[in-house]
Ligand binder design. Structure first.
Ligand code: KG4
Ligand code: ZN
Length: 336
């Protein structure tokens, strides 16, 4: 039994996962309401919210799984990357419980944990495969050579896909979190071909991404428009923007899979919850003979079950963290 704890951003989450990758509980307490008035995540508010909710969230996860701390064999906690103040709440909490109860501790990388969401679904793929992590902070392609042998093969040069959704939504006056708002507007009969927006780096011949130019193109498109016109055109603007992001993600992921992943692709991260991405990738993958694994939406967005899953794989390989374990805010500080 692994207890997973996740506090890297604006979700306070805890989950119990058993060794056969069965999810016994999966509690996610979202802070969306606390941040919404500011149009994005406010780090100081996020840390304080985590402090308020973490005990309750972990207790709920244990209760839902019908177990107590004495039944927990390992604690997995997100060490980074993320907001440092938020990470410290989870890491300090996990260290305290580990020390008090003598439960082994495993610090895990949040982005790598996204790659493990798929292991919690029926018939998960065996490595090697390619994994796309598209979230608020990252848009990266990984070659998963073995479960714990992961190589970065593509990344964004500037904004992440989720960040582009969030910034575009803000520009159009839509509420945070932006990705879900843009998806909702598009579904009001938005025509994805109505506005021509660029597909950055689509033909760059490598596996890297760039989304800041797309956001700027949208800004130029609506510049000088009165708010009523923006409001009237929202479904088309959102559908056109979403389509541009989706086209790039689909194309690059499939190219990476055909080049490196032996025809096997998995996706994860908040943007992977996007219905249009799931649909388009499904169709294109089938056309090109790529096998695709798509976790449920709850496992794509931030959660602690994926943290527990990665911690389990690390734990069985003998990896442990000690009380000197540090939270880290930026990507690539920690290898392996
Ligand atoms: O993985 P995640 O929950 O947290 C991070 O690790 O960042 O991803 C959050 C990101 C946000 O940028 C949010 O706008 C985006 O995922 N997102 C979506 C959707 N749901 C969340 N983007 C597009 N469509 C969605 N349905
Ligand atoms: Zn995430």
């Amino acid at each position: 039994m692994v207890l997973g704890i996740e506090t890297s951003c604006d979700e306070c989450a805890a989950s119990v996962v058993s060794g056969n990758m069965e999810i016994l509980s999966n509690v996610v307490s979202s802070q969306v309401e606390a941040h919404r008035p500011y149009g994005g995540v406010v780090p100081e508010i996020a840390s304080r919210e985590h402090l308020k909710t973490i005990v309750q969230v972990v207790e709920q996860a244990l209760d839902d799984a019908h177990i107590g701390l004495d039944d927990v064999n390992a604690i997995g906690v997100t060490q980074g990357p993320g907001l440092i103040g938020s990470l410290l709440v989870g890491v300090s909490f996990a260290k305290a419980v580990s020390m008090a109860k003598g439960i082994p501790l495993v610090g895990v990388d949040h982005v790598a944990a996204h790659l493990f969401a798929v292991q919690l679904e029926p018939d998960p793929p065996e490595p090697p495969f390619v994994g796309l992590v598209a979230s608020g902070g990252h848009t990266s392609l990984y070659l998963v050579k073995d479960h714990l042998d992961i190589e970065l093969i593509g990344a964004t040069k500037d904004d992440a896909a989720g960040e582009a959704f969030d910034k575009a939504a803000k520009m159009l006056g839509l509420p945070y979190p932006g990705g879900a708002s843009i998806e909702r507007e598009s579904q009001r009969n938005g025509n994805p071909q109505e506005y021509k927006l660029p597909r950055p780096m689509l033909k760059s011949g490598d596996l890297h991404f760039s989304f800041s130019g797309l956001k700027t193109a949208l800004l130029h498109l609506v510049k000088g428009w009165p708010q009523e016109r923006v409001n009237d055109e929202l479904p088309h603007l959102c559908a056109s923007f979403q389509e541009a992001v989706v086209d790039v993600l689909v194309e690059k992921s499939l190219a990476a899979t055909q080049e490196h992943g032996q025809g096997k692709l998995i996706i994860s991260g908040g943007v992977a919850a996007n219905a249009r991405l799931r649909e388009s990738l499904g169709k294109q993958a089938e056309k090109r003979g790529v096998r695709l694994w798509v976790p449920s939406k709850q496992l794509c967005t931030d959660n602690a079950a994926m943290v527990a899953a990665l911690a389990y794989f690390m734990f069985t390989e003998g990896r442990r963290s000690d009380m000197k374990m540090e939270a880290y805010s930026t990507l690539y500080r920690r290898q392996g």
